[in-house]
Ligand binder design. Structure first.
Ligand SMILES: [Zn+2]
Length: 428
């Protein structure tokens, strides 16, 4: 175990820290096989690509290498390591996640099914449990929220006109996919998707092997095919529970799934997303002055969240690693709130909830906070703080709403109070 630990530790030390993985250009290193062989001469690259892709490679074939130095160091480490494997997965999981016992068998089976046969499982789900009009209602929300994001682009004073136009073009290229594709209802399509997959009764191990091979072939089958661009997907499974229901007041939906929709749209314009243009290419479309303003605004978010301390363990939130998600949260909730005001203009006020003293506007914010209600084991909380890209749930709520004047207004917080501070951060 000590050998295995040392191997993992060495490997981890070779990896580029998360803080240094945000510059997409430095991770985009196009190389041909000849160059890769020089980086890592002891790895059998022909055999590697042949067994993965079933093709013969030539020295001129090109691949993208994220971290070239890693290959060199890995090559060297493999030379110095004898490879014996022991699986003490459960003990490992206990240390990392605090989960002392294995999950019940049915839970393991369901998650194994979700991971491996997701399409057929979804096909059954949408046939039996998805409410027909959810798709239209959700699409309508996307329209309202997308329009608010366009208004933000039109109005932010820190963008020059050229950059603004490029941002507009990119935002207009977004294509939402809501609920499910109609192919999920078509047995012929489903069968052809899983063509060639044969399972054997009573042989789980070989079935898993078959599935892994099939799904690897599927993934590599995308080689040299056109990439789909601009997709944002909201799968059928999220359109339920606290997130969405078509038969409740829409302020609850806008606060919950609306917040998520705005979040995903804004991701295209966070610190990483903005490094890609409307075609999804890693191209810098920012004029220098606007680039500078964006970074100043982002710095405010990094510092705000980096100053949050988690009461349970005294650890600080990593403001750098979580900036992209925080930018998306801040833009997302603002777009959703404004979108709901437009919805009310078009459709009239909705009644508040019986038995509660809250106004519809207040219920919007409560619904937004409600979707992040959860509980972490101490180990998971620590792991998320060290390696996660999302802030812990409580700061996703407090951080975003305290940046919005509209929240303080809705609840009548005194100006300058913790939830309505004078200094607010805003990127979008
Ligand atoms: Zn996100």
């Amino acid at each position: 175990m000590l050998d295995a630990l040392q191997f993992e530790t060495t490997l981890a030390a070779y990896c580029l820290p998360r803080e240094e993985r945000r510059n997409m250009s430095s991770l985009y290193n196009k190389m041909n096989i000849h160059q890769i062989r020089q980086l890592a001469p002891n790895i059998h690259w022909e055999k590697y690509f042949d067994s993965l892709l079933g093709i013969k490679i030539t020295d001129q074939d090109e691949v993208i290498v994220n971290v070239p130095k890693f290959l060199t160091q890995l090559d060297d480490l493999l030379q110095r390591t004898d490879k014996k494997w022991r699986e003490l997965l459960q003990e490992f999981n206990t240390v990392v996640t605090g989960q002392a016992r294995e999950e019940p068998r049915w839970e393991q089976c369901i998650s194994s099914l979700t991971n491996s046969l997701g399409i057929s499982l979804s096909s059954l789900y949408v046939r039996h449990h998805f409410k027909g009009n959810s798709k239209e209602r959700a699409l309508e929300m996307v329209d309202y929220i997308h329009r608010e994001f366009m208004k933000i682009l039109d109005r932010v004073e820190w963008m020059d006109d050229q950059t603004r136009q490029r941002a507009r073009d990119k935002a207009l290229a977004i294509r939402p996919y809501i609920g499910y594709p109609n192919e999920l209802l078509n047995n012929t399509e489903i069968e052809s998707f899983y063509k060639g997959l044969k399972f054997v009764k009573d042989d789980y191990f070989s079935n898993v092997q078959t599935l892994r091979k099939w799904s690897t072939d599927l993934a590599f089958g995308y080689l040299r095919k056109l990439n789909k661009k601009g997709d944002i997907e909201f799968p059928a499974g999220i359109l339920q529970g606290a997130f969405f229901s078509s038969d409740r007041p829409n302020y609850l939906n806008f606060g919950a799934i609306g917040f998520v929709i705005g979040h995903e749209i804004t991701h295209g314009f966070d610190d990483k997303g903005r490094q890609f243009d409307k075609n999804g290419n890693n191209v810098n479309w920012w004029e220098p002055e606007t680039d500078k303003s964006f970074k100043e605004r982002t710095k405010c978010i990094i510092e705000q969240y980096g100053n949050y301390t988690v009461p349970e363990n005294g650890l600080k939130v990593n403001g750098v690693n979580t900036q992209g998600e925080n930018i998306a949260d801040n833009g997302g909730i603002k777009e959703a709130f404004r979108a709901y005001q437009e919805y009310v203009k078009d459709n009239g006020e909705e009644p508040s909830l019986p038995g509660l003293k809250y106004t519809p506007k207040q219920l919007f914010w409560i619904s937004a906070a409600n979707i992040w209600c959860g509980k972490y084991r101490p180990e998971v909380l620590r792991l998320r703080l060290q390696a996660g890209s999302h802030s812990p749930a409580q700061f996703r709520v407090i951080g975003t709403v305290s940046n919005l004047e509209e929240f303080g207004e809705t609840f009548g917080c005194p100006p300058g109070s913790p939830m309505r501070p004078a200094k607010k951060c805003s990127v979008w």
